[in-house]
Write a protein that binds this ligand. Structure first.
Ligand code: DAH
Length: 345
């Protein structure tokens, strides 16, 4: 094999080894570049006589053309391979089933809140919203829970700069809503003509330093308040019993009003329910705190407690949701696990 045949073979071997266009261009320079092997051979021609120059020149040219041919073939092969790789990667199979995007749905607690709002709206309650960052006064003092009151210790919370705190319950909305209502009807009240009754629920997020299977640092509450000239504990029983039976779609549900204590109500009661059948049958389950609004609280609303009375309650929509769907760990609601949440779609 002569020197040129071997050169062509070397070029072929090297080009074949190149796995990318960049490598190939580097390899090309070794043979066809300015100081590549072919150029070197061409330079050597000057020492030959005319006849030898002609024959040897033709042979070198033929070798050069072969190398160029091999180079182009390899370029094409690499380009084809790259295209194939891309086509493979971006392959679109139009025969695949569509609808991979699943449909979202409301969170189970949101479903309960919607339900609660609808049921109370049917009984003439409006819905109020209030701030989650509260002042000490609205969260405690105005609710007859002054500084150093022992009831505060059950409401440890997160404090924000400037003396604010994350509300520990929705009860401050009793004061906020009533104050706004009184303000709105001030003239009529001053003229002795009274005001329309306050009948409102206030659902929302609440916070406490608490975390286990039945407590979460963030949880939901829904406050209820009905104030008028003649709203009694009997009305509380009727309204709340009606609500529970509708919410759980169970006319045979039994309610129990168990004497309790809250600073903002007097008398106070905890409300328990009992299912007549099903997995929870026979057990008393606490669902709300309630009571006749304390005169001091009525006063803080801007009303005369000799004239205006009514009831309030506070319940936990998270707990109601657990009972309704048979969920035994509150934390499931806030883990964001789609497998759990999608069951409520
Ligand atoms: N705010 C109370 C709590 O979080 C619940 C409560 C009890 C609300 C009695 C009320 C009520 O409106 O009358 O523990």
């Amino acid at each position: 094999m002569n020197e040129l045949d071997s050169l062509v073979q070397q070029a072929q071997a090297l080009f074949t080894q190149c796995g990318s266009a960049a490598e190939l261009e580097n390899a090309k320079a070794q043979f066809l570049g300015k100081s590549g092997r072919i150029s070197e051979l061409m330079k050597g021609l000057s020492q030959l006589d005319l006849e030898a120059k002609k024959t040897q020149g033709a042979v070198i040219n033929a070798a050069k053309q072969s190398i160029e041919h091999l180079l182009n073939a390899r370029r094409q092969a690499l380009a084809d391979a790259e295209l194939n790789r891309q086509l493979q990667a971006e392959k679109l199979d139009v025969s695949l089933p569509s609808g991979l995007r699943t449909q979202g749905g409301l969170h189970p607690v949101s479903l309960s809140l919607e339900r609660i709002e609808l049921i109370f709206a049917s009984m003439g309650f409006s819905v109020a919203q209030g701030p989650e960052i509260e002042t000490d006064w609205f969260n405690f003092t105005a609710l007859n829970t002054p500084q150093d009151h022992p009831a505060r210790s059950m409401h440890d919370t997160f404090y924000v700069e400037g003396g604010h705190l994350l509300r520990t319950h929705t009860s401050p909305m009793q004061i906020r809503h009533a104050m706004a209502h009184v303000q709105q009807h001030q003239q009529s009240i001053a003229a002795g003509k009274g005001m329309p009754e306050i009948r409102v629920i206030a659902p929302g997020r609440t916070y406490r330093v608490d975390s286990d299977a039945t407590h979460s640092p963030m949880f939901h509450q829904c406050e209820g308040l009905w104030i008028g000239e003649n709203i009694s504990f009997k009305d509380l029983k009727v309204v709340f019993t009606d609500f529970c039976k509708t919410f759980f779609e169970n006319e045979d549900l039994v309610l129990r009003f168990r004497p309790s204590f809250f600073p903002f109500t007097e008398p106070s009661a905890e409300i328990d329910i009992q299912f007549p059948s099903g997995p929870l049958a026979g057990r008393w389950l606490e669902v709300a705190g309630s009571g006749q609004v304390h005169p001091n609280v009525v006063r803080n609303m801007g009303l005369d407690p000799e004239h205006y009375i009514g009831f309030a309650f506070g319940m936990g929509p998270d707990r109601l949701t657990m009972l309704r769907y048979g969920v035994n760990d509150l934390r499931l609601f806030f883990d964001g696990d789609i497998r759990f949440l999608s069951q409520f779609r």
